[in-house]
Design a protein around this ligand. Structure first.
Ligand code: CO
Ligand code: CO
Length: 306
């Protein structure tokens, strides 16, 4: 039903009239020092692409590349963190593959299911829809501060726990309420994913920057220029489709809005009449959700920051 031509989060393969397979893979290098946390975050991030499509994960396979010199104990902690997250999601770790590699990497290939008529896609947002975001922004900024010794894993605990949190509550709420489009916020930053959704949907977006939930100190790091190396690239890419009508400092806030996220929340376009119900449904499941803007008619993919 869906391949890699569109910017959707997973491939979709119809199995029968009432069942379709969701297939996805994700891996990266350590974002935190603690191997157990790295495992949890990586698994939550990989499972997120299933949730972004409105699906339910069933099985996961590990992809492991580690230097043998690092020892079995550390690698064991990574795998334990991953397996715990997979189990929390109600799925099962069924295998994987390991190679010896100088630079550590961990990831998962996840298989899930969804009803073929209920696939939530990146496109489908309509003018008048409200945009909802289910995790704060700033994981790249805080992780960079962590790498530079400005944060400790203790002070960054809120961010680490957020990255390790499944998007399950947001997904279940989205499926319950019925939405027009959804995706997870990851490597292109909030602005990039908003743009991709708007472009695929043929609408424009008005983003209320002041309403975007941020992690503590993320804005300070953006002001100080403590940002991941990739941010400048994303800002340069986003500049042409971004119109600035906000009193907030553009250069600082572009670094926030283009901050590449690891295991970010779901970005959902929902009919205005259902927006409050969606937020309530996320909160009822222990999650959080913020209204951050709306879809409007206009040049497809254009984002006006207010
Ligand atoms: Co994704
Ligand atoms: Co992905």
């Amino acid at each position: 039903m869906l391949g890699f031509e569109t910017s959707d989060d997973a491939a979709v393969w119809r199995l029968s009239d009432d069942s379709a397979a969701l297939l996805t893979v994700d891996f990266f290098t350590p974002i935190v020092d603690d191997p157990y946390d790295f495992g949890r975050i990586t698994a939550a991030n990989a499972l997120s692409d299933i949730y972004a499509m409105g699906g339910r994960p069933l099985t996961a396979m590990n992809l492991l590349a580690f230097p043998c010199s690092m020892g079995a104990e550390i690698v064991g902690e990574v795998v334990r963190g991953g397996a715990e997250k997979v189990a929390e999601a109600g799925a099962v770790t069924v295998g994987g593959h390991t190679i010896d590699d100088k630079e550590p990497k961990f990831g998962l290939s996840v298989f899930g299911v969804v009803h073929p008529d209920k696939v939530v896609r990146n496109r489908g947002a309509q003018a008048g829809d409200v945009l909802v975001l289910t995790k704060p922004i700033g994981t790249g900024l805080v992780a960079t501060a962590l790498k530079r010794g400005l944060e400790t894993e203790e002070s960054a605990r809120e961010v680490i726990e957020s990255m390790a949190t499944l998007n399950r509550a947001a997904c279940e709420a989205m499926v319950e309420i019925g939405v027009h489009a959804g995706t997870d916020v990851t490597g292109f930053g909030l602005l990039g994913h908003v743009h991709e959704m708007a472009e695929a949907s043929g609408c424009a977006v008005e983003l209320d920057a002041g309403a975007v939930p941020l992690f503590e100190r993320a804005l300070d790091y953006a002001e100080q220029g403590v940002a991941p190396g990739r941010t400048a690239e994303i800002v340069a890419w986003a500049d042409p489709f971004t119109r600035w009508e906000s009193a907030l400092a553009r250069d600082v806030w572009m670094r926030v809005l283009c901050d590449p996220q690891t295991s970010g929340g779901l970005l959902i376009a929902v009919a205005e009449a259902r927006a409050d119900a969606l937020v309530a449904a996320v909160e009822a499941r222990g999650g959080s959700a913020a209204l951050i803007g709306r879809c409007v008619s206009g040049t497809a993919g254009e984002v006006t920051v207010r």
